[in-house]
Design a protein around this ligand. Sequence first.
Ligand SMILES: *Cc1c(COP(=O)(O)O)cnc(C)c1O
Length: 354
Amino acid sequence: MIAAQRIEIQRVEQSRVGEFDFSNIPFGKHYTDHMFMADFRDGAWKNLRIVPYGKITISPASPTLHYAHSIFEGLKAYRSESGEALVFRPLANLNRLNRSAERMCLATVPEDLYMESMRELIALDREWIPRQPGASLYIRPFLFSADEYIGIRPSIDFTYMVILSPVGMYYSDPVRVKIETHYTRAAAGGTGYAKTGGNYAASIYPALLAQKEGYHQLLWTDGRAHEYIEESGTMNVMFVIDDTLVTPELTDSILPGITRDSVLTLARHWGWKVEERKVSVKEVVEALASGKMQEAFGVGTAATIAHIEAIGYEGKDYTLPPIAERTFANKLYEELEGIKRGTRPDPFNWMVRM
Ligand SMILES: *Cc1c(COP(=O)(O)O)cnc(C)c1O
């Protein structure tokens, strides 16, 4: 449907890539030369364009500003040893983007628009893909209401955009997390499974309180009775108990992570014992207390794997075994990073050349 439409390209006069310091890249602060934009008007995607990265204008009566009528995605491009741009599972992100769109009454994005815009943008800004080991190019597609209407209703007009940000080696120290038993990230029947703005705005305050107590992140529990573990910060969470990889089963209050899915796929491929099921706070605390909890880690695009060093519950901290003994998480990390950088075989065809 959009295949016939050309993407208009307005290039920058002078790339900023030469001035960029690739040796010291902070997360999320620098963006490449160009960005992609498309408008949904009269029921169709129009005006596909790549323009110099910069500010956009938005109506002060935009439902995006007032009601967080917006969704986003996050994925990464890597530079292979031969210099190609490889993107990890982009269609899985499209799938999730469109499920988020449906939940939030936003227009869905057709596959050709999504893939072609990403391809063209990355081709134009390919010099921004870091060459440093561990670094990559973060891709942030997002979609928001372009209406000028302050009432609550499904929006009619939308804007879809893609911006790119070089990111350094996400060196994550092992994290200390706290099991949250008061605040809720997402309720049953709510929007937890959608990557939509408001979920994240609502999570900042409880996370800040935990930080004041010396934790990096929260281990979110269900909103009904805070009885079951859901996620950790903006990552899915996994445990190794009795040599079994255990993770909460997906519900409508858990974001279905693509890293989560990739980890489960690899673990099953290797013949590991894997359980996707309800994981109670009680079970986790008992496994911690008895020493049966061998590993705990978060999984997500930013860090791939973030080891959990300690878990706090009701004022008591439980420390997990040293990182060097985390054979499950360490093997998963090595394998996933190897697949993403093209140094290991890609048996599931996850990498897409751009
Ligand atoms: C994005 C996100 C994740 C991780 O998803 P990935 O696709 O693996 O990056 C997990 N939880 C939340 C709440 C998220 O927003």
